[in-house]
Design a protein around this ligand. Structure first.
Ligand SMILES: C[S@@+](CC[C@H](N)C(=O)[O-])C[C@H]1O[C@@H](n2cnc3c(N)ncnc32)[C@H](O)[C@@H]1O
Length: 247
């Protein structure tokens, strides 16, 4: 991280920006993704931001199985589902025979990659929070994208999810959660590790929270996870999963 980034993206600066609701304007994380360049030397999964270590593969497999189970519990064949932050379309590919999945992503290169693999699928390019959706969906899911939703827009985000869903619509949001008390003070506004308690609180305005648990092992840790999996870098094994129904 550069000295400039260190000075302009720290807990004190970020708390002030969040308070002034300027965190959504200054270096919006979605803006970084707009500039994303697809690397053909890497796999699709790596381009989406996930390694192929056994630990990550295992954690991804658990979330994929849970997503399939949740959708099959609440949806009918051919229902409409929105993939918020679809990236290169890994999850759309997995679900395409059961549901009509609309992919939404702010990165043109991600949408182009997904579109090449799934040429008949519907995609929208743009920031989910400000995009207009002509249709309503029965469910919305999102894997590793909530960390890019600015803190001052978290409520707007959940309201938008409720707006794009039909009555009793379901959200399935997998996100990296707070792993230390330090995370509660937003040290990096370009990668926000939300407290599960805050996520439940904000989502509750529009949704009945059915579960909000560690996405790999099902633990409930509340404000902050004080027993995260030891890792030198961010790993998908440390993550949370919110499943909720529109009120
Ligand atoms: C870590 S990648 C995950 C991609 C995909 N969900 C997956 O798991 O394979 C995050 C994705 O979210 C997209 N994204 C971030 N903020 C967004 C926003 N506000 N609206 C739409 N897409 C967004 C990025 O462009 C990127 O493709």
């Amino acid at each position: 991280m550069s000295l400039y980034a260190l000075l302009t993206n720290n807990s004190i600066v970020n708390t002030i920006l969040i308070w002034l609701k300027l965190d959504a304007k200054k270096e919006l994380p979605a803006g970084h993704w707009k500039a994303f360049v697809y690397n053909p030397d890497k796999s699709i999964q790596q381009n989406a931001g996930f390694s192929h270590t056994p630990e990550v593969e295992e954690a991804l497999a658990i979330v994929k199985a849970k997503l399939k189970l949740t959708l099959s519990t609440y949806l009918k064949q051919n229902d409409t589902v929105i993939d918020f932050g679809c990236g290169p379309g890994i999850y759309i590919e997995m679900l395409k025979n059961q549901y009509q999945v609309i992919g939404v992503d702010v990165s043109e290169q991600m949408i182009n990659t997904a579109n090449k693999k799934l040429p008949t699928n519907k995609f929208y390019l743009g920031n989910f929070i400000t995009l207009h959706f002509p249709e309503k969906a029965q469910a919305l899911y999102s894997i590793s994208v909530l960390e890019y939703v600015p803190v001052s827009q978290l409520d707007v985000f959940f309201k938008k999810c409720a707006d794009v869903l039909t009555a009793n619509g379901i959200i399935f949001i997998q996100y990296p959660h707070a792993l230390s008390k330090r995370d509660l003070y937003y040290p990096d506004r370009n990668y926000i590790c939300y407290s599960p308690q805050k996520v439940s609180e904000v989502a509750s305005t529009y949704f009945e929270v059915m579960e909000n648990k560690q996405s790999y092992d099902g633990r409930e840790t509340c404000v902050v996870d004080l027993k995260p999996y030891p890792t030198a870098s961010k790993t998908f094994k440390n993550g949370y999963l919110l499943i909720a129904k529109k009120k």
